[in-house]
Design a protein around this ligand. Sequence first.
Ligand code: SAH
Length: 268
Amino acid sequence: MVYIVGAGPGAEDLITLRGLRLLRSADLVIYAGSLVNPEILKETKEGCRILNSARMTLEQVIHEMEDAEKKGLVTVRLHTGDPCIYGAIREQMDWMRQRNIPYEICPGVSSFCGAAASLEMEYTLPEVSQSVVITRMAGRTLVPERESIRSFAAHRATMVIFLSAGMLKELTSELLAGGYGPETPAAIVYKATWPEEKIIRCDLKDLERLAKEEGITKTALIVVGDAAAQTGYLRSRLYAPEFETEFRKASSGGDGDEKEQKTQQIGE
Ligand code: SAH
């Protein structure tokens, strides 16, 4: 059996309970060495074989999994964050299926969630943005033209941009060309939740300069959009006293002032 496990964004205790249980039971662990925190590997049992996939081809990874499967061993394929985001797991699953290797996926905390926690940020602020665009600049992996940064920027929603910290000049000009103003609030989170995490909050126009000053060229997420300022939002309807939900009756009281407050913008 092969378990594809999300290791979380970095901090060793941000793996799920299920992921940890699987890791502890594994006979073979193949981990994404460039981004998985090696501290997590201390959880493996004695005698567990540990391979770093950063030095392997897909063929080698599959070969190791197949070999382990023949011996009846448990393999954990440990990916950074959640495997569904830029995890290159589809090809692994297809190869495994062809070889009759059973597999299962255990989700993890993606780095975009880790970064939000570090930034103390809610990406979806009422009246500011209700959408999060997860994307990247084209690199060795191409991005379809219809998904250009420029076209997403036109929505002026919250954007979380992966795999692009080394291309901030191009990224910034695409975001500006798409419709974000130069003063749009932005942030860079380097190694979110790792001990060496770095956070920069700035205006979009200063992204490149500040990242350069901090020497950040990889393992970072860029967050852009008005939500990054965390101001100017409307109070959530879900927790408003007069709003009834399946779980809570509306409270009747309240004077004019309170009503006023409910519809007032918060944070400005
Ligand atoms: N599956 C992963 C993403 C893998 S792609 C996830 O869910 O997070 C690798 C990219 O993710 C990096 O280039 C960087 O942009 C981002 N990344 C991964 N871990 C990160 C972290 N701890 N802090 C900031 N960015 C991170």
